[in-house]
Ligand binder design. Structure first.
Ligand SMILES: [Zn+2]
Length: 287
């Protein structure tokens, strides 16, 4: 697998999404990301992943910056301080995503999908793990009318995965990883019917354009990395290195979710915790 990170100046990123308050799991992942950038004498980029207008809220953007600063994290590029690879808020980066969409459309990598939720339920065969995108049963896969679409909105767009191909990468924390296209994940969304680019596409376009050399993020995204490898390949961009962090779980072994307010950085701070204590607890709960 190509790895463009070897001889380039280190560039890492913090990529929070303003859909709620940051919790101790974020604190841990982001502090690891900041630490890696420091160790390498590199640059840290803050990217505001505010693509989804249904779920993102301006008040959480402000809270996000404030909480990250309170934790003692610093970034060299971001929506608040600028930089050479901006804009740094995804909601302002549509032209980049559109360009990638056109490239994927022209290259035959993606196809329009008009399946309804009901079509998908009826055709569902394989069971899926809980926090993952369901494996698409392939109803629209043979469509060849992609090129007739001048713009992506109005239908879903899926990436045609190479069934049976094993996607492998070396994770800095978890070691060698392999996922099989068509078995572990199916034709995934790159653009949504409501005209919002899907997470996978936006992240890959941004990591490529912002010249990110190492991605530090939660272990819940390990399998997404396999999907993203396919997108990097299709877009002709070098692959960053990956370092997935163990997830922080609460006393009952459940993953910290954003809506889980008791674990928000903000609330712990209001209870008088120091940033050091938040990070220490997060470290202890990571498994
Ligand atoms: Zn379909």
């Amino acid at each position: 697998m190509r790895d463009g990170s070897e001889h380039q100046p280190y560039r890492g990123r913090l990529a929070p999404s303003p859909t709620g308050l940051l919790h101790v799991g974020h604190a841990r992942t982001f502090s690891v990301a900041a630490q890696r950038a420091r160790e390498h004498g590199g640059t840290l980029v803050l990217r505001n992943e505010d693509l989804d207008p249904q779920r993102c809220r301006a008040e959480f953007v402000e809270a996000m910056y404030e909480d990250l600063r309170w934790l003692g994290l610093h970034w060299e590029e971001g929506p608040d301080c600028g930089g050479a690879f901006g804009p740094y808020s995804q909601s302002e980066r549509r032209s980049f995503y559109l360009e990638a969409w056109r490239h994927l459309r022209d290259g035959g990598w993606i196809y329009p999908c008009t399946c309804t939720r009901r079509d998908l339920l009826l055709a569902a065969t394989a069971p899926n793990d809980s926090d993952d995108e369901a494996i698409y049963p392939g109803l629209c896969r043979a469509r060849s009318d992609a090129i007739e679409f001048a713009a992506p909105g109005g239908v879903n767009w899926r990436f045609r995965v190479p069934d049976g191909e094993t996607l492998s990468f070396l994770d800095w924390h978890f070691g060698p990883q392999s996922f099989v296209a068509g078995r572990d994940f199916g034709d995934f969304l790159v653009w949504r019917r409501d005209d919002v680019p899907a997470y996978q596409l936006a992240v890959v376009v941004d990591d490529a354009h912002m010249k990110i050399t190492q991605v530090v993020r939660g272990a819940d995204l390990l399998k997404s990395t396999a999907r993203q490898i396919l997108l990097f390949r299709a877009l002709g961009s070098p692959l960053p290195a990956y370092d997935h962090c163990a997830l922080v779980r609460d006393e009952r072994g459940e993953r910290m979710a954003k809506r889980h307010d008791s674990a928000s950085i903000r609330q712990l701070r209001q209870r008088g915790w120091s940033a050091e204590r938040v990070l220490r607890e997060a470290e202890a709960l990571a498994q």
